[in-house]
Design a protein around this ligand. Structure first.
Ligand code: NAD
Length: 444
């Protein structure tokens, strides 16, 4: 890597945290408390009645299941699965299923809570949920993954359902996982209801009741937000440099779609390491390589760099699209970009964000930036209910309109209450929930 791109490291700017995967806060990071902190701040802005605040600070249901799976080698392993249901006052619980070795109850509570605000911000008739299994899917064959997925969804039983709780893909899961999940659920409800429950999960493959446009939806939503931001800021995207952390579903689609607007991917990272190419990566080729090989490792047209070097590269836009807790104070000090568009959930820590603000680095928050996925999941659910198949053009047009309208709601709130975009997203969402509680109060 060239010297010009190496981040400066002086006494005032010490090396980054030693953890290869997380910001300074490392393993002690309490994601759920961070999210509660944002709720507390936004509640003050909109003067949310105390009883609603108290209810919304905690998830409604925390479901944990332990289930056995027979492995390919004939041995049995016990897995722990989670489903956290945060709120359903606006509609059925909705949110992804994550398969990751570092996943914890705390993460799922935080992620479920984020889903409630995300759906409310997007005006979707859903509440929030999240779940998954704490294990590394990369260590298992396709046959084992199928058995793990099916046993997990069987163990969840009637805790999910097309009008009750609707899972979707997240990190470590995808369309194939959702096809197994739907099929398992269908086989538990009996023959006569089988076809009526296709909407029990979204993010399915097209042939199994999925929608056109869902696979790229989250990345597409990120790109709509960046385009909207660029128009408002009079920032020409053509020729601008991009950093992407996480090159899975969200990161790769965002990079490919943003490339169509003229950007160039300078550096990319995933769980195997980081690569740099000052000329810009061929994003289509890189995406195909990762789909075939499972990671960026071994990709020939890039120079290996460290995580520390990645964050210091001179670029214009950074898209975190991997895990939470990635941009702490140290990363915030060295980032050279103008904009962070949060493809991942919770990538910036509150401490990191303070420094980003001081350095005038703008943030398009997760609640808006990665809401394209759940929005198109809603379109899939509608199509399943009506036995329809919308065209890609229809889905794309609806998504763009939905993203732009939500962006406008965020800006309007931020201007009215003189707050940042993250609190504005929470504020818009909480106002919607408040209106419903004001009308109904609580049972009995
Ligand atoms: P994915 O499994 O398709 O891809 C995850 C990527 O992150 C991979 O490239 C992986 O190698 C990388 N990664 C994992 N651990 C890493 C580490 N320690 N350091 C650097 N990179 C690492 O997952 P995805 O669906 O693209 O989800 C990515 C993020 O986007 C998550 O935060 C998820 O919650 C969020 N999100 C996803 C969707 C969706 O529709 N899939 C919707 C909204 C938000």
């Amino acid at each position: 890597m060239s010297n010009t791109a190496t981040p400066s490291q002086s006494a005032n700017n010490p090396p980054l945290a030693s953890s290869p995967h997380a910001a300074d806060s490392g393993n002690d990071y309490e994601f759920f408390r961070v999210i509660q902190g944002y709720i507390d701040q936004a509640s003050k802005i909109i003067e949310l009645p105390e009883y609603i605040h108290t209810i919304l600070r905690q998830p409604k249901n925390e479901i944990i299941v332990n289930f056995p799976v027979k492995l390919d080698n004939g041995k049995y392993q016990l897995f722990k699965g989670y489903r956290i249901q945060h709120a359903n006052i606006l509609g059925p619980y909705k949110g992804g299923m994550r398969f990751h070795q570092d996943a914890s109850l705390d993460d799922f509570k935080a992620l479920a809570t984020l889903m409630t605000w995300k759906c409310a911000l997007m005006n979707l008739p859903f509440g929030g949920a999240k779940g998954g299994i704490k294990f590394n899917p990369r260590e298992h064959s396709q046959e084992e993954l199928q058995r793990i997925t099916r046993r997990f969804f069987h163990a969840l039983g009637s805790n999910i359902g097309p009008d009750y709780d609707i899972p979707a893909p997240d990190m470590g899961t995808g369309a194939r996982t959702m096809a197994w999940a739907m099929d398992t659920y269908m086989n538990t409800v009996g023959m006569v209801s089988k076809q009526a429950v296709a909407g029990v999960v979204t993010g399915k493959p097209i042939a199994s009741g999925g929608t056109y446009g869902r696979e790229k939806a989250t990345g597409q939503g990120v790109v709509h937000c960046i385009a909207d931001w660029a128009e408002r800021e009079r920032f020409d995207l053509s020729g601008k440099k991009l950093l992407v952390q996480g090159f899975g579903n969200v990161g790769s689609h965002a990079a490919v779609l943003l490339g169509k607007l003229g950007t160039s991917l300078s550096a990319v990272g995933d769980h195997t390491g980081y690569l740099y190419n000052p000329e810009g990566f061929n994003v289509h080729r890189l995406q195909k390589y990762v789909q075939a090989n499972g990671s960026i490792a071994g990709y020939p047209n890039g120079e290996a760099i460290t995580r520390e070097e990645f964050f210091g590269i001179d670029a214009d836009i950074f898209i975190p699209a991997a895990l939470e807790n990635q941009v702490g104070p140290r990363e915030a000090e060295v980032l050279q970009v103008k904009l962070i568009a949060e493809g991942a959930n919770g990538p910036c820590t509150p401490e990191g964000e303070v420094i980003l603000k001081q350095r005038n680095i703008q943030i398009l928050p997760d609640l808006l930036a990665n809401a394209g996925g759940v929005t198109v999941s809603y379109y899939e659910w509608c199509q399943n209910k009506r036995s329809e198949q919308w065209t890609l053009d229809e889905v794309d047009a609806k998504l763009e309109k939905a993203m732009r309208e939500a962006y406008a709601r965020m800006v309007e709130f931020a201007n009215l209450h003189d707050c940042d975009y993250r609190l504005a997203c929470y504020g818009v969402a909480l106002q919607r929930l408040k209106a419903v509680y004001d009308e109904r109060e609580i049972f009995p």
